[in-house]
Design a protein around this ligand. Structure first.
Ligand SMILES: [Zn+2]
Length: 177
């Protein structure tokens, strides 16, 4: 188990009062849901965040998170890498936001039944929201070929001889060099 620099579950107001802030990494074993949604997590997630009270008195968490992962391209069936990155800014102060009539402009987070903020889950959610609906190479990526006659039903089947495929990749790699 890798240690996490911050507590996975915190008291939001207390965190604000302590001016909690971190610039740290989260190892992949602490991101089980993200892990399930991609082929592989290729780097630790890097996260930077701070708790503060904004000018209107709202308790706030703000920061950014990024993580390099791989998916299987839904167009050509080959793996590809993608860096998921998100900026976030949220508050649990729904009532106050409503009284200021700015609740639509804010991202309101829920606290758990014990009134605690599930910080680690929240950060993982921020990454999960960046997962593309249909993971695939960029449209103009030359690595994404064989895309003329694909369909969703066929992508999982690898009809080609894997060794022929390997030879082809090697050849391509040599050409690129
Ligand atoms: Zn592709």
């Amino acid at each position: 188990m890798c240690a996490l620099a911050f507590s996975p579950c915190v008291d939001f107001v207390q965190s604000v009062e302590q001016g909690l802030q971190y610039d740290t990494n989260i190892s992949e074993n602490l991101l089980p849901r993200l892990s399930e949604c991609c082929s592989e997590i290729l780097s630790k997630a890097h996260v930077k965040f701070r708790f503060y009270r904004d000018l209107q008195g709202l308790n706030t968490i703000e920061g950014e998170i990024s993580c390099k992962v791989s998916f299987v391209c839904q167009r050509c069936g080959k793996p590809f890498e993608k860096t998921l990155s998100a900026k976030f800014c949220s508050t649990p102060d729904k009532e106050k936001a409503c009284s200021l009539r700015i609740e639509d402009k804010l991202d309101i987070v829920e606290l758990n039944p014990n009134g605690q903020f599930e910080l680690l889950n929240y950060l993982e959610d921020c990454l999960m929201l960046e997962i593309p609906y249909v993971p695939k190479h960029d449209d103009d990526d030359p690595k994404c070929n064989d895309n003329t006659n694909w369909s969703f039903g066929e992508i999982a089947q690898d009809k080609e001889n894997p060794f022929a495929r390997l030879a082809e990749l090697k050849e391509k790699f040599n050409k690129e060099k």
